[in-house]
Design a protein around this ligand. Structure first.
Ligand code: ACO
Length: 350
């Protein structure tokens, strides 16, 4: 029997043609195409097409008219519940309908975000004025779409659309391998994403930036945090042993968009990298995707508690691609556990 690996670290569970990050972090490619080439060239909905269909065209469709039953304003919970519900409402079949479901999931998050802000989601005729999925998302959420905010969200979505076999994608594939419909697989993935170890770490970066901005002393901030054995948010990665390639793109975008936080972010990044090099000279701890995601999402005025839902919107593409790949090539996923409980005993011993 194979040896047990806590967290399945390093265990190869699937072969995939979609994407998988490499340790050196040289690049992140979606079906072979570097994300550096995609950002600013094609909008997110076409990247969805590349990932899911291996073709930019036609890409993810517009969401069709649909009214979620009752939104709470907690976007991940609303998304999970409504996606599962769509399986029944639309009578989803195994392989079909993943495109309309993907589009509807983005729309549900935008509507839930409006409820979160105490607003009514904008009506269809307002949303129809938008050109891209990001613009339509902002129109649905806020009734207006500033071009810089559209670019911020589009770039963030493209950079985080897919990242190989993370926890939520694994969950989606396990569910799909049972023959469940795509609504069940997608809603299971949303559930896995909602935990603090997977989605939404950008929320923890902004308070750090605020503190450094108020003291103007990133070196002391980093030194104090590390002396208390704290972790600097937005640094380190389970896979990458170099700078996360998504971080490079997001940093460039934050600069292009004139983020007022870029100066303090760069100062903190420099201080953090120097201190981490000193702390762990033999273990590379570099900037990960979350650090500049926080800065870019801040340009779009996404409140920290909505960042997990923004991540879910982006990852709809990766989940859809993996669900289809699993359905085409997969076999029921049923690993084994090593039993370490009590040996045989009688009921009276319990
Ligand atoms: N700040 C300070 N020390 C760190 C950091 C950090 N950001 N990251 C790793 N270390 C240290 C650990 O304390 C540990 O030291 P020790 O051996 O003395 O205990 C050592 O480096 C190895 O840490 P691990 O957690 O085993 O390393 P791993 O590479 O698996 O960690 C992780 C990855 C969990 C992301 C970690 O770097 C971390 O906690 N980072 C901060 C949180 C964060 O940015 N999360 C978002 C991750 S990106 C994503 O999820 C999409």
């Amino acid at each position: 029997m194979n040896s047990f690996k806590p967290g399945l670290e390093g265990v190869v569970a699937f072969q995939t043609e979609i994407a998988e990050p490499d340790r050196e972090g040289g690049a992140l490619r979606y079906r072979g195409v570097d994300i550096e080439e995609l950002v600013g060239e094609v909008p997110y909905e076409k990247v969805w097409g590349l990932l899911v269909d291996e073709n930019l065209e036609p890409g993810m469709p517009d969401p069709e008219a649909y009214e979620p039953v009752s939104l709470t304003g907690n976007a991940p919970a609303d998304l999970q519940a409504e996606t599962a519900r769509l399986s029944a409402v639309w009578g989803l079949k195994k392989l079909v309908d993943i495109a309309r479901l993907s589009a509807q999931m983005m729309s549900i998050v935008a509507k839930s975000a409006a409820v979160h802000d105490g607003r009514q989601p904008a009506p269809d005729d307002v949303v129809a004025q938008g050109q891209t999925a990001a613009e339509k998302f902002l129109l649905r959420w806020r009734g207006e779409a500033d071009p810089k905010q559209v670019q911020a969200i589009d770039t963030y979505w493209i950079c985080t659309a897919e990242h190989g076999l993370n926890a939520s994608t694994f969950t989606a594939r396990i569910t799909a391998s049972t023959g469940a419909d795509c609504g069940a697989a997608m809603s299971a993935a949303v559930g896995a994403l909602s935990g603090p170890l997977h989605g939404g770490a950008p929320a923890r970066v902004l308070p750090m930036l605020n503190e450094v901005a108020s003291t103007g002393d990133p070196e002391s901030y980093v030194r104090d945090l590390l002396s208390r054995h704290g972790r600097i948010m937005g640094f380190g990665h389970r896979v990458y042993r170099a700078e996360d390639p998504r971080s490079r793109v997001l940093k460039r975008t934050a600069k292009e968009l004139g983020s007022p936080r870029i100066e303090v972010a760069e100062a903190l990044e420099e201080a953090a990298l120097a201190a981490l090099r000193e702390l762990k000279p033999d273990y590379v701890i570099a900037t990960n995707v979350e650090f500049y995601s926080a800065v870019v999402l801040d340009v779009a005025e996404v409140p920290p508690d909505l960042t997990p839902a923004m991540f879910a919107c982006a990852r709809v593409a990766g989940w859809a691609a993996h669900i289809l790949e699993e359905m085409r090539t997969g076999r029921l996923i049923r690993p084994s556990a090593q039993y370490i409980g009590p040996t045989s005993r009688s009921l009276s011993a319990v």
